[in-house]
Every structure is written in C-alpha cells, then in structure tokens.
Design a protein around this ligand. Structure first.
Ligand code: 26Q
Length: 818
C-alpha cells in the first residue's frame, strides 16, 4: 500500500512537470499569465505524449503479426470531447486531476473549455465514434476514415422559440489531438473524360483523365482503448487545391479564376451536411463522398503494397466497412483502381472488391435512401458511371444465366432507377459490391429482408445479417456518470470496469436490497441537481429535482414523434388544471435536439415545444407540478449531463421506422426506465431487461404496416379520445401561440387528415402507459428496483459486444496480442 502511494505521488509529480513543460514550450505561457484555455491545451498535450508512446507500438505489432486491418469508412464521427476520454482510458484521470489541483487549476473548468468535435448528425456518427473506441479496446487494428470538416454540425440557437443555425467553429483555438500529415496526401480527380485504350491495341483498357484535381491531406487523431490496450488511428482528410495548377492559372493572368478554383476545391471539407428530410441531390455532397473514398482507398492500398504484399491478397489483409451508403461509391472506385490502375481482369477485380467490402444499412425510410442523377454522375465521375453500368450488366447476365428473367425483379435490383429520371441507387450498389450487408437491430434487419432488399435477399439469402448496435460504456457510464460508476465498483468490485458486459448482471440481486436502492436513487439525485443547475444557468428556469425527469433528446424528426410527447404534455397540463384534486406525480418534460435547417415541420415542432414550455411554466395554477424545457444545442457533451439525470427515457418512434436507436441503450445503462414502442433495439432491450421493467406501448411494426395500408385519416381515433381532441384543439386554436393563433392550424389539420407517423393512433396507449409511470413513481421501492435491473441487464448493449460480432462474422479478424 505504502509503495503504491509513493508511486502515485511520483506519477502526479511527473505529470505535473509534463504539464508545466507543455505550457511553457508548446503553448508559450507561464503559470502566472496562463488563461484557462492555455491550461486545457497543456494538459491535452501532456496526455497526447502518453498516447504517442503506445501508438507507435500498436502499429508495429500489427505488421509483425501480419494482422488484417479494419477500415471503417464514415462521413461522420460524432466524437464530442476527448480530454476525459483519453485521460480515463490511459488511467491518468486521477493523476491529472491531482496534478492540476496542486497547480491551483480547476479541472472541471478546463475540461468544459474543450469544444465538441461535432463531425456528425446523430446516431450514425456517434456509433462510428463508439466503434472506434471499442475497436481500440479490443485490440483490433482499425483505421477510421472520414472528412476533417472545418465546420461540424451547426450550433443551434433558440431565438423566440425558433431554431437558428449558427456556424460551428471547433477549430478556432486549434486542435491538440490531431497531427497534420502533409506528407500523406493523394490527388482526387473529378470530371473530364475516359480514354478507351482499345484504340491503341490495348483491349478493354480505359484511362480516366479528370479535368479537375483536388488534394487530400491526412490529419491523424490517435484513438486509445480502455487501459491503453491499443491505439488506433482516425484519419480525416482535408481538401486542398492543387497548388501548381492554381499557380499556372494565376501566372497566366486569370487571378480571379485561380482563387475561385481554390475556393471550390477547398469547399469539399468545409462543412458537414446535415441529415435532411428532403432529397439531398447536391453536387457538393457527392464530391465529399468521392473525395474521402478515393483518398482512403488509395491510402489503404498503398499501405498494403508497402508491406510487399500482392494486390491479390487484399481481402486477406483488409476489411472495409461502409457506414451506410455514404461511402458506397467505394464499390466503383475500388473496381477502377483494380482494373484501370493495377490492370486486374474484371472478374478477378470483382471478386476482390466484394470480398473486401461490407455495408451497414441504417434506414428504411424511402426518402432517406441515397440516389444520384445519372447525368450528375456522368459529368463528375464519368469512369465510375461506366463501371456502374458494367457491374449492372454483368449482374443481369449472371441472373439470366441462372434462368432468372422476371422483369419486375430485374427492375427492382437494377443499379439504375428508371422511374425518377434515371438515378443511380447507392443502396443497390453497396449491396451488390459487398459480401455482407447488415442491419443495426434484429427488427430492422428483418424488415430489410422483407422490404427494401427483399429481392436481393431472395437472390442472396446469406448476405443480410444483423449486428445490433451498442454503445461504449467507458464514455456513457464511467465518464458521464462517475457517481453511479463508484456505486457499481463498490458493489461489484473493480472488475466491472473491465468487463461490464458480463459483470453488470451480478447487480441483479442488489435490486432487492433497500439500502442499495437508496444509494442508487441518491446518485440520480446528484445527477438531476447537476442538470437542474445547468438549466438554471443557461435558461433561468428552475426545476424540481424531486419530479420525474422525463427526457426525449435526439434529432427532431416526425418519425421520432416528439409531437406525440408534446400532445401528452398538453393533455397532462389540461388534466392537472382540470383535476387539481388528483395526486399527480410531478414531472419535468425535457426536450433537446436539432432539426435540419430545411426541415420546416421539424423546426415548427421545436417552436411548439418552446411555446408550450413558456405557457406551462408560467401557469401558477399548476403549483410547479409540471415544467417543460427545451434545452438548446443538443450535442455529445450535453448528452453526458442529461442522460445520467433521466428518470424516464422516451423512445417512442413509429414502430418499424427507427433502425435501432442508441440513446435508448445509454439511458437504460444509467438506470432510466424506458417508455417506448416495440421499435428498433427497444425490442431486444425489452427481452434483456424484461417488459415488466419498461413501459412498452403502442402498435407493433406489423400493425403499423396494416394501419398505414388502410388510410391515414385519424378522425375516428380523435373522436374516440376526448383527451386527444382537447390537446389537439388547444394547440390548433392558439392557446400556446396567442401572438399568432394560426401558427399550428396547418400542423394539426395535417395530422388529422394524413397522420403518416400514426401519432393520433398511438396516443391513447401512450397516455395509459404514462399513467403507469406515475403509479410506479409513487412506489419508490418498485421504481428503483426496476431502475437497478435496467442497469444490471443492459450489459449486452456494449459496443464491445457489437464489435466482436463484426470482427468474427464479417471481418474475420481477431485482436492483436499485445
Ligand atoms: C444523406 C444524404 C445527404 C446528406 C445527409 C445524409 C444523411 C446524413 C446522416 C443521412 C442520414 C444520416 C444519419 C442517419 C442516422 O443517424 N441514422 C441512425 O443510425 C443509428 C445508428 O445505427 C440508429 O440507431 C438510428 O436508428 C438511425 O436513425
């Protein structure tokens, strides 16, 4: 023990000296004149030194052990902050805290100065970040590839209840975690023409001559696993104009043209595209997709060849995972590189391509499936368009050879959609070019087999498989909720930190212990106070921490049904006013989330939440029983404060439409009870946690499909529920918008006539489930028992489990021995 203490003091002292050295020699400040941000930078740089030591080792091990590498291609990595993540995984969190305390620096203050790396929209981007952390933890040699956007997802400001989008500027003070690698760069072409070398006697050879070149520059961020198991690399590309070309134009006198071309080239990595409700047939988006795919493929092939490996062995040493269809052009680009550049024969190239690529689907919503106009493809990527036509033709030939002639089938699996003005279907391209296609929850995968990919599934029944999502417990439990973590370590021992997936189960018996339940409730109180403090500071609204914290935080989208929650809020408000004698359980309704800038309906829903909030919070007759808050600018850091503070987690999407959901897992892990539909991963959560410990309600995916086939007019449902009618009418008639009484007539009338997401149809069931919530809240013993069981039974939703499944069943890789 004594020896350990000496060692700890020693480490603290060493780390302190390291911080001071960084402050002086890298930041250029002394403790006397350093601002808080200077201290942040100094600590980050000190932590980074520790990362680097492990980083080099990891890469050498991979090569020595002839390991296969995984490449995760994603247009989004929603990382958030890295300081606590890195320190914690390096085992240096306490050391850093103590070192800073000795230097009289407030660690809590400086950790909050780090801007979020918000290089993603929501679930898909955050999943990529969780996967990167899990792959490092499991010692899997993995590289993430994406774009180093200068501006991440917009910053949301709420003005008079309306969302405004402001440019996000995370790089203003530099980024201490990344390494610019100017020596690692590739040229990416666009446009131009294809030369058929058959004319020069070289049969079936083609050369693409782009008329535009953009340079991709690598920026590397080390990703460290738990207990510094392994350090992987997230390589993000920045677009830069090819200087020589610009200079030529400049010298020729075309000053303006030279600058315009620079701007055009560099705009590729300027800003993250927001996930839209509307079709995103934007040229810049396609440029982004091709830019990062081409640079990444060139880079990974270069790495393969540097190891003196033959191009034919690519699938033995490389697995490429496509995160949705966003990088699906990789199918055509890899074919082009293999056939045109490495001179492989077409069918050999096709074999290597499909053996190397696999694709994850994240949505079934028809409007969210990517497709690009053939005309745009022909102009921007002429050679790729030829290759896509060829893949299509060879595929159809192969089916005909198997005596498959069904015209409708051939139409539906075609890479070209002929019905909407000739478009390339990226989902079909990704499917055909991959040996594995996975969904992200059991329900979603089954629906993939039955709907979007049913014809493909009949032809290739082995290809579709499920990989239910998971989340990293290091960030979403240990870092976000240190109080709960401490309680768990006290109950289960330190082992829960290394193997939470399995160890958490041993918490089950603690659910029956009243003293433990009290401690569990106490840590929740602590988290609720912290959130209440944040809300008071930022919004000037005070919250009753004894009330149920009822939370819905996620992107604002009609299918996620924030509107259903708002209708319940209004109905509850009316009921509380009308029946003051009823012993209502006090509630705080908490909303947060961003709407795509062009998604008007979603922005109106934000305004409605704010209008309801203003009205309800100001109503003295409620005696504080109900409060409603919409917290602006939802992001990863805010989620880390909100999730541990939630009593109730709202997961109420129209069944069949949420591919998986991942915040549902984070909430349950932290002991919130879920009110939710049987959608996405909620289904599997209810199997693990037990339906009796959740509030499951509403139509099943099957019932939704059947009800949608009838019609979507909801007059009957509304007539059947006085409460629903009352809530709708209040909103419609301007109770919450006296300044503009007609603001919501369109919204509500639309709902009655054509309720695409079945808000009205599920209302009554939702209302009843909410009353069960109230009843359980009134019996704390039972509430906290269920809460403890939620934490105990969520271990399976660790992204470590998910990654192990990918590694074994899709990538065929194992972890390196360190
Ligand atoms: C597409 C084209 C042009 C511009 C943007 C986009 C775009 C960008 C992001 C389309 C979709 C997204 C993001 C989708 C997403 O986050 N999907 C979520 O993925 C999670 C992880 O699998 C699931 O848990 C969620 O259910 C799913 O909605």
């Amino acid at each position: 023990m004594a020896e350990e203490t000496v060692k700890a003091t020693d480490t603290v002292d060493t780390f302190k000296q390291l911080i001071l050295a960084k402050l002086r020699y890298s930041v250029g400040k002394d403790p006397g004149n350093a601002f808080a941000h200077d201290w942040f930078e100094a600590v980050a740089l000190a932590a980074r030194d520790h990362l680097i030591d492990h980083w080099e080792d990891a890469s050498l091990q991979v090569d020595r052990q002839e390991q296969k590498r995984v490449y995760y291609l994603s247009l989004e990595f929603l990382i958030g902050r890295l300081l606590v993540d890195n320190l914690s995984n390096l085992g240096l969190l306490d050391t850093a805290r103590e070192a800073l305390a000795q230097l009289d620096v407030d660690f809590e203050q400086i950790r909050n100065l780090e801007p979020d790396a918000a290089l993603g929209n929501g679930g898909l981007g955050r999943l990529a970040a969780c996967f990167m952390e899990s792959m490092a933890t499991l010692n899997i040699a993995a590289h993430g590839y994406g774009i180093r956007y200068e501006h991440g997802l917009f910053r949301q400001v709420v003005v008079d209840g309306w969302q405004q989008e402001h440019t996000e500027t995370w790089l203003d003070f530099g980024n201490p975690w990344e390494f610019e690698r100017p020596e690692v760069s590739y040229s990416v072409g666009f446009g131009g023409s294809v030369v058929n070398l058959a004319d020069s006697g070289d049969i079936s050879r083609h050369e693409w001559h782009p008329n535009e070149q953009v340079r991709a520059i690598a920026y590397d961020t080390p990703v460290v696993g738990w207990r510094h198991s392994s350090v992987n690399t997230l390589r993000l590309w920045r677009a830069r104009a090819e200087e020589d070309l610009q200079l030529e134009r400049f010298n020729a006198g075309d000053h303006f043209g030279a600058v315009a071309d620079v701007v055009k080239a560099e705009s590729i990595s300027r800003v993250l595209y927001p996930a839209d409700s509307t079709e995103a047939g934007q040229e810049l988006r396609l440029r982004q997709e091709f830019f990062f795919v081409s640079a990444s493929l060139q880079d990974l092939i270069a790495r393969h060849l540097e190891l003196n490996l033959d191009i034919h062995s690519l699938p033995d040493r490389v697995a490429i995972q496509l995160n949705d269809t966003h990088p699906a052009i990789a199918v055509a680009e890899l074919m082009r590189l293999l056939v045109d550049v490495y001179r492989l024969e077409w069918f050999e190239a096709w074999k290597l391509t499909t053996a190397t690529l696999s694709y994850t689907n994240h949505t079934l919503l028809p409007e969210a499936l990517e497709s690009w106009p053939v005309s745009l493809m022909e102009r921007l990527l002429p050679r790729h368009m030829q290759i896509i036509y060829l893949i299509n033709a060879y595929h159809i030939d192969s089916l005909r050879a198997k005596d498959i002639h069904d015209f409708d089938l051939l139409r539906s699996i075609s890479l070209i959609d002929e019905d909407h003005g000739r478009r390339v279907r990226m989902g079909n391209l990704a499917f055909l070019g991959s040996h594995s296609i996975n969904g992200v929850s059991a329900l979603h995968t089954n629906l993939m087999r039955k709907s979007v990919f049913s014809d493909f599934h009949r032809l290739y029944p082995e290809r579709i498989n499920n990989k239910t999502n998971g989340v990293t417990f290091r960030r979403w439990l240990f870092q976000a909720n240190p109080q709960l973590t401490e309680l768990l370590v006290g109950a289960l021992g330190e082992g829960v930190l290394d193997t939470p997936e399995t160890t958490l189960r041993s918490l089950e018996p603690f659910a029956a212990k009243s003293s433990f339940r009290k401690q569990f409730a106490a840590q929740r109180q602590h988290a609720k106070k912290a959130l209440a403090e944040l809300v008071r500071e930022r919004m000037g609204i005070s919250l009753d921490t004894q009330a149920i914290f009822d939370v819905q935080v996620k992107r604002i989208h009609e299918y996620k049904r924030q509107l259903l929650n708002l209708l319940h809020t209004v109905a509850l408000y009316q009921a509380m006013r009308n029946d003051p004698a009823t012993d209502w359980a006090p509630r705080v309704k908490i909303f947060a989330g961003k709407a795509a800038a062009s998604y008007h309906q979603a922005k109106l829903i934000i305004k409605l939440a704010n209008d309801i909030s203003r009205t309800v919070n100001a109503d003295p007759t409620l005696r504080g029983l109900l409060k409603v808050v919409f917290i602006p600018n939802y992001n990863v850091s805010l989620a880390e404060v909100i999730i541990p503070a939630a009593d109730l987690s709202e997961q109420i999407s129209t069944a069949g439409l949420e591919a998986s959901g991942t915040s549902n897992m984070k909430f349950a892990l932290n002991g919130a009870l879920t009110i939710g539909t049987l959608d996405g991963a909620n289904v599997e959560m209810s199997e693990q946690i037990g339906r009796e410990n959740m509030f499951i309600f509403g139509m099943t995916a099957q019932q939704v499909a059947a009800r949608s086939r009838r019609d979507l007019n909801m007059s009957a449902e509304v007539a059947a529920s006085e409460r629903l009618a009352g809530a709708l009418e209040a909103i419609r008639s301007g109770v919450f918008s006296p300044d503009d009484p007609g603001r919501y007539t369109g919204l509500i009338d639309g709902l009655l006539a054509h309720d695409r997401f079945l808000v009205c149809a599920d209302f009554q069931a939702y209302w009843e489930a909410q009353r069960k919530v109230d009843i359980l809240w009134r019996t704390p013993d039972r509430w906290w028992q269920a809460a403890v069981l939620n934490t105990a039974r969520t271990g399976w939703f660790s992204s470590d489990r998910t990654i192990r499944e990918y590694a074994k069943e899709i990538w065929n890789v194992s972890g390196i021995d360190s």
